[in-house]
Design a protein around this ligand. Sequence first.
Ligand code: UT7
Length: 355
Amino acid sequence: MVRSRIAGIGKYLPAHVVANNDLQSVMETSDEWIQERTGIRERRYGIKHEETTTTMAAQAARVAIERAGITVEDIDFILFATLSPDYYFPGCGVLLQRELGITSTSIGAMDIRNQCTGFVYGLATGDQFIRSGMYKNVLVVGAEMHSMGLDYSTRGRNVTVIFGDGAGAVVLQPTQEKGQGILSSKLHADGSHAEKLAFINPGAHGGYHNRYLDEPVDYGYGNEEYGGIFLTEKMVREGMTYPYMDGPFVFKLAVQKFPEVIQEVLSEAGASIEDLRMLIPHQANLRISQFVQRNLKLRDDQVWNNIQKYGNTTAASVPIALCEAVEAGAIQRGDLVCLAAFGSGFTWGANLIRW
Ligand code: UT7
């Protein structure tokens, strides 16, 4: 039976460290509030107008490719997960192909728009391409340059203090070795609360007539909407062009869905919590990870957390944490590893891997 294994893994974190105190100087917040509610001490920001989601992804991808013992020309498919793409379109998949210098046009490139769950969805998708025999070297990337799109005024503090920049990447290859590789993946979606954690402007939505918003909102669309211009002057002036999050609502669902999907993926593979060497949860909030750990009765050494240093890097958080755990020697060959994520959509999911 053919399965996919992670043949190489890499990460990239920009050098610029932004501590909680640095944010305190531009908005009303405090190191104490941020650490108490989220566990975050600092995050990284890419260099404005120099680094992008794609350039950071390329840095992580080069490491993953080298560790897999292949060259960029061996990559036959790219899966790119991000919510902070360089362009509205085309997606980052093709931009990464170009950035890596892949000249072959036999390669496929696809973008995944599943926010915090993007990498988990990406891994499950890449796994299917490998199992079907369609591709042999699938590059799965999660990368984010959040710092370019956050509201640095007090108005945006509940969102802004959480997020950081970074990238993680893996190369998936087929393996015939019994019991090794990605054993199972479970993916879920519930679009009924899509606007609870969302970044909707500029977008081709219905503006005032968007029936999914609790209250009608006037975005200042005049004749412009017929001209296909999604961004209005009013949106910019009134700060409508930033992510929105109903934090407590998201928190409550996250702590419920994480344990459920972890149990689900374990049970499909005929494994149990005691078999788990390492849980790599999406780094949304240290309090969420701690809740999940307690709920599943996992020891400290069975859960990897690094949100304290990097904040929430959305699609990049799972591969960055996985890479860090591997580099630290906390995951060894034969170990059972679970990746799990929950986020905007809402979408949630998990992958179970025999390393
Ligand atoms: O990765 C994608 C998925 N995202 C998540 O899983 C995030 C889930 N949610 C959370 O992590 C938490 O809800 C937050 C960390 C976002 C917020 O923590 P909270 O304990 O739920 O705070 P809250 O939003 O209920 O706000 C409590 C108070 C409010 O003040 P009042 O109304 O009580 O006076 C906020 O205005 O804290 C205030 N506040 C802040 N104060 C200082 C919100 N953000 C900040 C801030 N600094 N950065």
